[in-house]
Design a protein around this ligand. Structure first.
Ligand code: KG4
Ligand code: ZN
Length: 358
């Protein structure tokens, strides 16, 4: 394959309008020529969460400008682009449609391949933008909508080992932050808040910690937090609650990761002990430290995306696009939006009150 393949990636699955251009490189680690991410925090702040219609409208308003910025920053002209890769799911349908239609039109007008990308696979491959990692590897994906342990066996080949049976970890951070009166988006700010508190002040539950393998559950924690916030008397107690929450999450991740290591080793025969931790919550320093500890103790090699690549971005979408281009995996221009696109298509649905572990 021509080594200078250049991919333009597009991401609009939620509240970030992002376009990036990356170039393949002989080292195996592509060069990020531009990576523009435009967040919509100010638009959604007053509602305390993402409003899909407003998010989609903002994508429509900004996508041309962001594309121009990405192109200008890369120093390239459109005729140098080899393929267009766009998130096709999972995410908000009306948001995904904006990026998908833009990407299809661009690819069609340039007469180059169009590649639909699973947003979660973007997170899964995000550390490949700065590190050489070979398959298979263990993945912990912790974002605003998903929390899963997966064995990544190859491009497009995933086996889920564990998943949250209720809230995603990022969602738990965001909801706890909201209950503590922290402004949207609260997840990243909660960690700072926690630094001022006593992590041992409140004893919080760790749902399904001794059962359900490496499956996860965070909804009970949120309910406990809600109950405690009603009794809180001063600002210090808020800091203490945030610190207790952060500590409890770190302990849950520590214990469940140990279980995931064991399951990964049982199903995959490999000397490869790489452990990728990706998604927005992978930016959390306390969680990173716990992952380093548990990995060292169990002989795994933890790999995180660079901080700027933990949250939603289009460089990770272009990364998947590049791998797909190398094996000629293209999509037709009638590829639909897939708001519920899983990584492991064979994994059982594990959500809600009906899920019971022995
Ligand atoms: O991967 P991402 O940008 O979007 C999704 O695909 O969902 O993840 C966003 C999530 C949000 O819930 C946000 O609060 C959380 O990641 N997050 C954090 C931190 N930074 C982002 N949660 C805890 N600590 C952080 N430092
Ligand atoms: Zn994401």
């Amino acid at each position: 394959m021509n080594k200078s393949q250049i991919i333009l990636g597009i991401e609009t699955s939620c509240d970030e309008t992002a376009i990036s251009i990356i170039q393949d490189n002989e080292s195996g680690i592509p060069k990020i020529l531009s990576n523009i991410v435009s967040s919509q925090f100010d638009i959604h702040k007053e509602f305390g969460g993402v409003v899909p219609e407003l998010a989609a409208r903002s994508h429509v308003e900004k996508i041309n400008l962001i594309a121009k910025k990405a192109l200008d920053e890369s120093g390239l002209t459109l005729d140098k682009i080899s393929a267009v890769a766009t998130t096709s799911g999972p995410g908000l349908t009306i948001c995904l449609s904006v990026g998908l239609n833009f990407g299809k039109s661009l690819a069609s007008s340039l007469n180059i391949p169009f590649i639909g990308v699973n947003h979660l696979e973007g997170h899964a491959l995000s550390p490949k933008l700065h590190t050489n990692i070979s398959y298979p590897y263990l993945l912990l994906l912790i974002s605003g909508g998903h929390s899963q342990f997966l064995s990544v066996n190859g491009l497009g080949s995933y086996k889920r080992l564990g998943t949250t049976i209720d809230d995603a970890l990022g969602e738990a951070f965001d909801k706890t932050a909201k209950l503590l009166g922290i402004e949207f988006p609260g997840g990243p700010k909660l960690e700072k808040f926690a630094e001022k508190g006593n992590p041992n002040k409140f004893d919080l539950p760790k749902p399904i910690i001794n059962k359900g393998g490496c499956n996860l559950s965070f909804a009970g924690l949120k309910t406990a937090i809600l109950r405690i916030t009603r009794t809180i008397k001063n600002e210090q107690e808020k800091f203490d609650l945030a610190a207790s929450f952060q500590k409890t999450i770190e302990e849950i991740i520590y214990i469940k990761t140990k279980k995931a290591f064991k399951e990964f080793k049982e199903i995959i025969s490999t000397n490869n002990n790489n452990f990728v931790v990706a998604g927005g919550v992978a930016a959390n320093k306390g969680i990173r430290n716990k992952i380093f500890k548990v990995s060292k103790e169990n002989n795994f090699n933890p790999i995180f995306p660079e901080l700027s690549l933990c949250g939603d971005n289009a460089a990770m979408i272009a990364m998947v696009g590049l791998e797909k281009l190398k094996v000629n995996q293209f999509d037709r221009l009638d590829l639909p939006v897939s708001p519920r696109l899983p990584l492991d298509k064979n994994a059982k649905f594990l959500k809600g009150a009906g899920v019971v572990f022995d």
